[in-house]
Design a protein around this ligand. Structure first.
Ligand SMILES: [Zn+2]
Length: 95
């Protein structure tokens, strides 16, 4: 088994960052430039509200690519409250 095969394969990516950004831009009906400008302005797409917010509205999440939750704090708070109402008397400690 020749070594280096896996190392070489690492350079052959199916999608470059640009491809990924272009795909994301199209999803939002934006051009790549518009999408980059939006990100450059410190905005992040919220999957909860389906809208753009400032990045500081998102809580940290180490398991995501950018280290932030996919949904903003407000959305998650609302979602958590709804969820909590379903099991009313069980009070859990705040995270
Ligand atoms: Zn939101």
């Amino acid at each position: 088994m020749p070594r280096g095969r896996f190392g070489a394969d690492r350079h052959v990516q199916m999608f470059t960052d640009e491809d990924r950004q272009l795909g994301a831009a199209r999803k939002h009906g934006m051009t790549l430039d518009e999408y980059r400008a939006t990100l450059g302005a410190g905005l992040k797409w919220c999957f909860g509200c389906q809208n753009w917010h400032d990045r500081d509205k998102f809580g940290p999440n180490r398991s995501t690519n950018d280290g932030l939750n996919a949904a903003c704090r407000d959305y998650r708070r609302t979602y958590n409250r709804r969820y909590a109402q379903r099991r009313q008397r069980q009070r859990s400690t705040p995270a």
